[in-house]
Design a protein. Sequence first.
Length: 208
Amino acid sequence: MTALRAAVGELSGQDWERPSGCTGWLVRDLVCHLVIDAQDVLITLVTPADTEPTVDSLTYWNLVDPPTGEDPLDALIPRLAAAYGDPSLLKFHFDDVGSAAGRAAELADPTVRVSTRDEVLTVGDYLSAYVMEWTLHHLDLMAHLPSITPPPADTLAACRASLEKLAGAPFPTSFSDTDALLIGTGRRPATDTSALGELAAKLPLILG
């Protein structure tokens, strides 16, 4: 979350009106979605569960069909983002809520079980799953803004390892961690599908 907040802090001027890596969303729409993500983290961390975990950091993710733009929440996000008017207000709100989510995550006991999306998992697994969410959206943020500081290398490597586990196969060693994440989740087409081998038939992995 720290790296993502810093990246949003770099936005200025027309950056907010650039397309993001999320189809149909501008950068401002994506940041509005990140505000909701941070709120979800705060809510989940104070929603304890007393039953056994039903998912972990990997099985938390469902593999779903590519978005069609018909999801009501997806359609709501651009209207919410536009309601801010001045993008600096949106930047302030994300920094405020995002920093609170980061502090809550640092203070939380990773062994405690919490409930979200009708599932139960440990705080540690929940936050590990959210690293994938935040990292992918960090890449979405800079899709058309290459000057934005990228996610940390160790975070990209960890997310690649998680995605390979979800895929059940490794990505080619010729792929950088960023390439593996973008191609693996359908954010960028592979220029050479032959390099993917049998993995090509499993892609994209749309996480929901």
